[in-house]
Design a binder for this molecule. Structure first.
Ligand code: 8YV
Length: 318
């Protein structure tokens, strides 16, 4: 008897092909997300669960899934999973680190450059038929070259962002619990968050979401930023107080923002949608084919290791 696996999304054919010989698979073949009630009903007889970040795995879900032994998330972040509840029930949890580092770092730069140089804003203006003449002061943005970049969270993705900053001859400041091992190589200086906000021309957020990072950037922190600064969030919704950010952007401090993640995504604060000086993308930080296939495949490798009784490659539960 093969173990039963529930997959909450359509996944890539090559990943499904790896799983099918070892699991009896049920997956969501539709474009719609299963309702919570439907998810709980479907997981009831499953041994394994493959989720993404919008699927909450908590004590209620575990109570509805008495046979469940492993949860593999197709993401590096696992704040949607109650690890303590899983450990208490003996449920293993795995994530997908590293395979998405470079794609996500590229996306941080895409948003930073779009926001600082007003790419999205000027494109909307152009498409709306407003371009009648060229002018010296049209859509003046902020310099990236030789500016100061502040990276909040110098983990694997933060380091990949910092490496790219060298090409722009930027000064790099960062916050992290401990000094980054490659600090010297990156030419980066570790500072306190308040100092980083005060000194950086551009700030990129790459910290995991947790109660400790909830609204890490709120009204007080935004007010510390330089008037012409840019804020980029590719970390998690909730790290930024979106309502406070909308108010700050309306007042022009920071000057612009690039956001890939939102507090109640896929719902957005309407105040953000109404602002011209914010570039918005639908949580596509890791969305390149190689990165997303890599993530799905790593989740599958964890599930296959579980089925074979082998150590899990990227386990996050105790
Ligand atoms: C995922 C992410 O693509 O890995 C993460 O933590 O936020 C993204 O790369 C997305 O959350 C799907 O699970």
């Amino acid at each position: 008897m093969k173990p039963k696996l529930l997959i909450t999304r359509q996944i890539f054919d090559e990943v499904l092909a790896r799983l099918l010989p070892h699991f009896e698979v049920e997956s969501n073949q539709t474009d719609a997300e299963w309702s919570r009630a439907e998810l709980l009903a479907r997981v009831a007889d499953k041994d394994a669960l493959f989720v993404v970040t919008s699927d909450r795995v908590d004590a209620d879900l575990l109570a509805a899934a008495p046979r469940l032994a492993i949860v593999a998330t197709g993401s590096v972040g696992f704040n949607h999973i109650d690890l303590n509840a899983c450990t208490a029930r003996g449920v293993l949890v795995t994530n997908t680190p590293d395979v998405l580092n470079e794609a996500t770092a590229d996306m941080a730069w895409a948003l930073l450059m779009s926001a600082a140089r007003r790419v999205c804003e000027s494109e909307h203006w152009l498409r709306a038929g407003h371009w009648k003449r060229w002018a010296f002061d049209q859509f003046l943005g902020a310099d990236l070259w030789r500016s100061t970049l502040g990276i909040v969270g110098m983990g694997r993705i933060g380091s990949a962002i910092a490496r790219r900053a060298r090409g722009f001859e930027m000064k790099v400041l960062y916050t992290n619990r401990s000094p980054a091992a490659n600090e010297g190589e990156l030419g980066a200086e570790r500072v306190a968050l308040t100092q980083l906000l005060e000194r950086a021309d551009h700030v990129v957020l790459v910290v995991p979401y947790s109660p400790a990072t909830h609204h890490l950037i709120g009204e007080r922190e935004l007010a510390l930023m330089k008037p012409g600064a840019t804020l980029v969030n590719i970390a998690r919704g909730g790290v930024v107080d979106d309502a406070a950010l909308a108010r700050a952007l309306r007042a022009g401090r920071p000057a612009a923002a690039g956001l890939d993640v939102f507090e109640n995504e896929p719902a957005l604060d309407p105040a953000l949608l109404a602002l011209p000086n914010v570039a918005l993308t639908p949580h596509i930080g890791s969305a390149t084919r190689s990165s997303r296939v890599g993530m799905a495949m790593l989740a599958a490798e964890n599930l296959l290791a579980f089925a074979a009784g082998n150590p899990l490659p990227t386990r996050v539960s105790r």
